[in-house]
Design a protein around this ligand. Structure first.
Ligand code: CU
Length: 429
């Protein structure tokens, strides 16, 4: 009898370890940490472009901000209109689902003022209770509209909607849910996940049209529902369903991460994107991870392989590049794609170490000749550079990474160089 008992206990220990494959995702020795408590029901964590976390306390009608530098919590907004799901745009505006106000809108992230109403009705009727949202990389917005806590529906069911990239139309893009909740897509904009806790299922879709939000190829991804969810940069999906349940990109369950309270929603944040933040009932928690969240780039190390493919976009209306630094290896082939996703004209010149200000000044001194010369002064301080691109323009620079050093890149359109610059770090082979 004793021998059998011993064998059983060994088998249990082994299976417990096996089920705990999430250990490869979590930083060694890290445990969930309670950052703040005393809330009524926390929801909707979202990461701003600096890595700070905003989240909602729905019954208390507040949005809070967790500052990653000071590790302090503040109240960002009172009377939040029943704010639930949040998401930041690339431009740094806070997009909000207001359940009580039955609308979706964007706020300025510095003072919480309303920036733009986005959707407050469909087919002439108000929404039920907008719950969670995700912004597609091309600007369209998916949001779910379940009817928690209300007896009557405003709409004819609980559906999924899409606000077009120019915010001029709202389409219903999914109408076969019982009670949709969490919604999230991959950084490439090709796959969308929608959780239906009403049916206790989570589905994946192919985004067919980023302009109209149409979806195809519906597949059952996981046999559990979810409130909010998040993705890491290996494509694993983290659902909140009793615990945090982690699934690999094919829908196979990797394991559970347990928190002291039942999680409602989850996101990655922090400076390097390697901290998991979880809203759970009365508390707000973090967990240090080995993996970073989807979309976080590790700009401190060169990409693997012989070729480094780098894309730099402009941040709309901010006169900055969206990538302030990247790293390549000496001798590596660099394919640098520059896209002007902003409205003013911009260029990008990679220049010799320490010469960004000098090149910008030389461009300024072109004076009246500047526009004709595309603000490109005649100097060998410029190593590689694009044309002056209009809105929507794109150019690819191809070169071999030079000797180790810090090579600035800068836009020389007059006045832009103060902010519109970054650094290419070249490290030794
Ligand atoms: Cu510029």
């Amino acid at each position: 009898m004793k021998a059998i008992a011993a064998i059983i206990s060994i088998a249990l220990a082994a299976s417990a370890t096996h089920a705990d494959d999430v250990s490869g995702l979590i930083k060694d020795g890290a445990k969930p940490e309670k950052l703040a408590g005393g809330f009524k029901f926390t929801e909707g964590p979202a990461v701003d472009p600096d890595g700070n976390i905003f989240f909602t306390d729905i019954p208390n009608n507040r949005i809070h901000k967790w500052d990653i530098a000071t590790k302090k919590l503040s109240t960002f907004l009172e009377d939040s209109g029943g704010a639930n799901g949040l998401y930041f745009s690339k431009e740094g505006d806070l997009y909000v689902c207001q359940g009580e106000n039955r609308k979706v809108l964007s706020l300025y992230a510095d003072d919480g003022g309303e920036k733009e109403p986005l959707a407050d009705q469909y087919d002439g009727k108000p929404f039920n209770k907008p719950n969670d949202l995700w912004i597609h990389p091309e600007g369209g917005i998916y949001f779910t509209d379940p009817n928690y806590g209300r007896k009557t529906l405003s709409q004819d069911g609980e559906h999924l909607y899409f606000i077009t990239p120019f915010h001029d139309s709202v389409y219903r893009v999914g109408d076969d849910f019982k009670r949709p909740n969490g919604v999230l897509g991959t950084p490439d904009g090709k796959t969308l996940y929608v959780a239906d806790p009403g049916e206790q299922k989570t589905y994946s879709y192919t985004v067919e049209s980023p302009d109209e939000g149409t979806l195809g190829n519906k597949k059952l991804f996981a046999d559990v529902g979810s409130d909010g969810m998040t993705l890491d940069n290996r494509g694993n999906l983290y659902l909140t369903w009793g615990t945090v349940q982690v699934f690999n990109p094919t829908g196979k369950k990797i394991g559970d991460i347990k928190f002291p309270e039942k999680p409602s929603n989850i996101c990655f944040g922090g400076k390097d994107g390697k901290t998991l933040y979880v809203t759970a009932r009365t508390g707000f928690y973090s967990l240090e991870m080995q993996v970073a969240g989807a979309g976080f780039k590790d700009n401190s190390r060169p990409p693997e392989g012989d070729t480094a493919e780098i894309t730099i976009n402009c941040v709309k209306e901010k006169l900055i590049y969206d990538t302030k630094e990247f790293t390549v290896r000496q001798g590596q082939k660099v394919i640098l794609t520059f896209k002007n996703t902003d409205h003013p004209q911009h260029n990008l010149f990679v220049v010799k170490p320490g010469s960004a200000d000098k090149v910008a000044q030389m461009a300024l001194l072109l004076g009246a000749d500047g526009p004709a010369k595309k603000y490109r002064p005649d100097t060998d301080l410029i190593l590689w550079g694009t044309d002056l691109l209009d809105h929507g323009g794109m150019e690819v620079l191809e070169f071999t990474a030079p000797a180790p050093g810090d090579y600035p890149y800068v836009c020389t359109f007059p006045g832009h160089a103060i902010l519109m610059r970054g650094v290419m770090h070249v490290v030794a082979e």
